[in-house]
Design a protein around this ligand. Sequence first.
Ligand code: UD1
Ligand code: MG
Length: 451
Amino acid sequence: MSVALIVLAAGKGTRMHSDQPKVLHEVAGAPLLVHAIAAGEALDPARTVVVAGHGADAVRAALAAHDSVAQVVIQAEQRGTAHAVAQAADTLGDFDGDALVLYGDTPFIRPETLGRMMEARRHHDIVVLGFAPEEPGRYGRLVMQGESLIRIVEFKDASDSERAIGLCNSGVVMAPAGLLFDLVAEVGRDNAAGEYYLTDIVGIARARGLKATAVTCDESETLGVNSRTELAAAEAAFQARTRAEALETGITLTAPETVHFARDTVVGRDTVIEPYVVFGPGVTVESGAHIRAFSHLEGCHVSRGAVVGPYARLRPGTELAEDVRIGNFVEVKNAILDEGAKVNHLSYIGDAAIGANTNIGAGTITCNYDGVNKHRTTIGADVFIGSDTMLVAPVRVGDGAMTGSGSVITRDVEAGALAVARARQEVKPGFAARLFARLRAAKDTRNEGER
Ligand code: UD1
Ligand code: MG
């Protein structure tokens, strides 16, 4: 059966106190909305429709930035969850599979849970995802009769006995798309909030003789984000789960609680990650690499046997081949380092290619920016770049070449050549001793004058 996702993301998220729409706040380097869509991708959806309202342009831009194929429809006024779903009706008018409604601020629904909802759909027209939280609070309540879901009652509209029900509505609903839009069109707004409640479709369906049921999941999956405190809690939950998974898949974390992963971080087995390492988006680390303490990586690839850090920064476009060494206080951006290359101390390598087994001396900088444009530095294999070399790009250094320490290299260096570009050293015998004597004498004269 094919599935379409309808992701509700029009709300403002007042309690975030933010100029940004709530669903664009990030957990593990990706917007909440991207997590929510990714959760639904477990069902391999044929279509994805995001219902946006507040900050719709920003939502669209964020989806594009994450290569999402989701279509965006606009709910100009937020008149309730049923009204939000109705905005997807035109776009999905020709869709004859199931629709799954998700919330853009609920990032952690597990694939296995959605699989169970799909299973339950075989025998029921509507399947709702429920959960039994420790604090049922203001959630909508699921009124069950055996396996059958009779209706959903919002907290505001519930009687005392209904409020005593522990089983709550997560908001996730699955039904045939045509039926869903049909039911949603019948929902009214005669309730405490004066809103079109999506939850009303259950009662309406029952009155038509249709069958509804609930599948339940753990509270941690339905965790929604409404405030910065909840955002931080979601981040903590993501990190805790990801660290545990990393340890289980054969990655060594010396101090797991200090390592931060992004949503898309990929690390191979037998890699060692020391304390206080932060992964931004887009990082892959092959098996058997070693990421040493206090390093920050984003948008980069680290191959087998490479050692990074301590205190290294790998920025987007960095590719380290096998056995590369990146040492302390080294920043690498948009650069490819071939097998066995070493940049061990205090360097900036940007917009560059560095050949195999080349050694870059301490303090070397690729001067890639002229104030207007960026330029490339290309260094061959088996090169020795002397300490504190400034490589003023665009510039090329051929295989097996050398540069003298402190050189400012502005012209290409051919293979096998030594380039030295610094002032020649002068030594003046006895000069320092005479100069010291003169300076001290002048100081003594000054001090006497003041007494
Ligand atoms: C909803 C459910 C409630 C459930 C709870 C779970 C209804 C009527 N109630 O209540 O049973 O326990 O979620 O968290 O559905 N949205 C729109 N457009 C709108 C209204 C909402 O896009 O016009 C989006 C919001 O951005 C949000 C989601 O739908 O992502 C839920 O809306 P919210 O206002 O938080 O619903 P609750 O009152 O929490
Ligand atoms: Mg809510």
